[in-house]
Design a protein around this ligand. Structure first.
Ligand code: ACO
Ligand code: KIV
Length: 561
């Protein structure tokens, strides 16, 4: 990098538009969308799509709800030409969908393009030429007057060819390529030349499409340019004003959104922002941004993952895991405080009220994603996410202090393994921690028999390797079991809940207890189809966990003695 970038790069001059209106407008309805996945998106691939992949993506675009689809550059490639022919010959274009085809402003290419769409009921021919000073000077070697003549001549030629084929309803789309880098009066002149040569008006539709071919300014500058054009284009009521933004500065979506506020009626882009260099405007993101503002985009992304897989398969370009709305990780919170807030938010969310779950701008269910994938657990995670996953997946509702205790267990585990844990691994760890006997258990309970009055219990146990029968009395199975074990245990909290339902239902008993000689309380758990068995196991579990924390650990047997 150089020390003085101003000697090499220049900021875009602001537009003189002191009474600009767009900043105080908001978007209240979806624009007309055009998908250019099969044209601009296709130009950006290592390996352009073959006919089969184009067809798969075309059908998906139709299913999503696109009504205008740019299907290719038929004069440039036989694959594109054949693809367009196939769509027409095999009658694969739904009645409410219009194809668009692109061509440079050259007679041979225009003629071949018109040939490609012969017989289509409707077609948009997209004619373009670059208008910015650098292109005029370096690429075309033309002055402004010559550029205007180029436009007038080629639009006129297209009009002549299309007038000769009245069976098709023709629309001209004219793009002054590099619009955002072109002086506004030159862009306007170019567009007016196209409008005049097409004789645009009632029955002669025209789309004026203004691109940031290379995004070269902040989105507010583009919005000003669009509002300026919106005010000056004529006859405005017969023109559909469209924008086609790119993402070189990372603000392709923002530029399109502000452009709509500034008067654009139509927006071009690609799914997931595929496209030249840093991509075209990402239609999925813009559409779902609208949705989260309460405006239906009129595109169906209710199974966003399926759309993502089709796009990846057809383009060969993977979607980033943090891609807005669609990335694998966007509904995943790793940090503890986020997990905690999300868990509480889901619990508090009224399904009929406005969405306000913290940290989630959209309900994952609206995109066909599940709540279960919302939270994953790694070493940055706190108790909220762990509790959420265990409750959702396994019906385990831990008391708050147990959540704190178990999250420390999980933390040690994830720190050591340096991996994240899913619900299955968490459940494994929960079982290993609370439900299974430790490697050297102080007490193993083989069976138990509760007296009929529920106040006396007989335990068949092994204590420190010695098998024996112990008897205890109490006002219920918990107290009777503690009494039978003869340990200095103090049960502080007990709860039991059903996990699962029907024949698979099991009781999960959780106890919090302290023991003389051991610092602090801890938790134990038992799980069984039988509620008494679950309680007895929970006491044995907590006794073993406490016994392992005795200062000179001789096990529960020592305490027992
Ligand atoms: C921003 C965009 O995405 S615009 C779309 C860009 N997409 C594509 O170009 C993909 C398909 N294009 C192609 O395959 C080729 O460019 C073709 C087949 C159309 C034409 O190929 P060629 O005839 O070999 O021309 P080439 O690709 O070198 O284009 C450069 C020539 O076209 C001229 N040209 C470029 N754009 C345009 C235009 N929009 N209108 C008229 N002429 C143009 C250039 O001035 C140059 O002319 P010159 O040879 O007289 O100097
Ligand atoms: C709209 C056309 C010409 C385009 O792809 C662009 O300028 O980026």
């Amino acid at each position: 990098m150089i020390a003085k970038p101003a000697t090499k790069y220049q900021a875009m001059a602001p537009v003189a538009l002191p009474d600009r209106q767009w900043p105080s407008r908001s978007i209240t309805r979806a624009p007309r969308w055009l998908s250019t996945d099969l044209r601009d998106g296709n130009q950006a691939l290592f390996e352009p799509m073959n006919g089969e992949r184009k067809m798969k993506l075309f059908l998906e675009l139709v299913r999503i709800g696109f009504k205008e689809i740019e299907v290719g550059f038929p004069a440039a490639s036989q694959t594109d030409f054949d693809f367009v022919r196939r769509l027409i010959n095999e009658d694969l274009i739904p009645e409410d969908v219009t194809l668009m085809v692109m061509t440079q402003s050259r007679e041979d290419l225009i003629a071949r393009t018109v040939e490609a769409v012969k017989g289509a009921p409707r077609a948009i021919v997209h004619l373009y030429n670059a208008t910015a000073p650098a292109w005029r000077r370096m690429v075309f070697g033309m002055n402004v007057t010559q550029v205007m003549q180029l436009i007038t001549h080629h639009v006129g030629y297209l009009k002549q060819l299309t007038d000769a084929r009245p069976e098709t309803q023709w629309t001209l789309q004219y793009s002054p390529e590099t619009f955002s880098a072109t002086e506004l009066h030159v862009s306007l002149k170019a567009c007016q030349a196209a409008i005049a040569a097409w004789n645009a008006g009632p029955g002669r539709p025209i789309i004026i499409n203004l691109p940031t071919t290379v995004e070269n300014a902040t989105p507010n500058v583009f919005a000003d340019q669009i509002e300026w054009m919106d005010r000056h284009l004529s006859p405005r009521e017969h023109i559909v004003l469209s924008v086609h933004t790119h993402n070189d500065r990372g603000t392709g979506v923002a530029a399109a959104e502000l452009a709509v506020m500034a008067g654009a009626q139509r927006v071009e882009g690609c799914l997931f922002g595929n496209g030249e260099r840093c991509g075209n405007m990402d239609i999925v993101t813009m559409a779902l941004n609208l949705y989260t503002q309460g405006v239906h985009p009129q595109l169906d992304f209710s199974n966003i993952t399926a759309v993502a897989r089709v796009a990846e398969e057809c383009t060969g370009i993977p979607i980033h895991p943090r891609h807005p709305y669609a990335g694998d990780l966007v509904f995943t919170a790793f940090s503890g405080s986020h997990q905690d807030a999300i868990k509480k938010g889901f619990a508090a969310q009224d399904p009929n009220a406005l969405w306000e779950v913290p940290y989630l701008p959209i309900d994952p269910a609206d995109l066909g994603r599940t709540y279960d994938s919302v939270i994953r657990v790694n070493s940055q995670s706190g108790k909220g996410g762990i509790a959420f996953l265990l409750e959702r997946e396994h019906g385990v509702v831990m008391p708050r202090r147990m959540q704190v205790e178990f999250s420390a267990v999980v933390q040690r585990h994830t720190d050591a393994s340096e991996t994240e844990m899913g619900a299955t691994q968490l459940w494994e760890l929960f079982q290993a921690t609370y439900l299974r006997a430790p490697a050297a258990p102080a007490v193993v309970c083989h069976s138990h028999r509760l007296d009929e009055d529920g106040q006396g219990i007989e335990l068949d146990v092994t204590v420190q390797g010695v098998r024996q029968t112990l008897r205890g009395q109490g006002n219920g199975p918990i107290a009777a079991t503690v009494d039978a074990l003869g340990l200095p245990l103090r049960v502080d909290h007990y709860e039991e809940r059903a996990t699962g339902s029907g024949a698979n239902a099991q009781a999960l008993a959780i106890v919090e207890a302290a023991m003389e000689g051991v610092n602090g309380a801890t938790f134990g758990a038992g799980m069984s189809h039988n509620i008494v068995t679950a309680s007895v196991q929970a006491i044995v579990s907590v006794a073993n966990r406490l016994a392992h924390r005795l200062p000179h650990q001789a096990g529960a047997a020592a305490a027992h003695a």
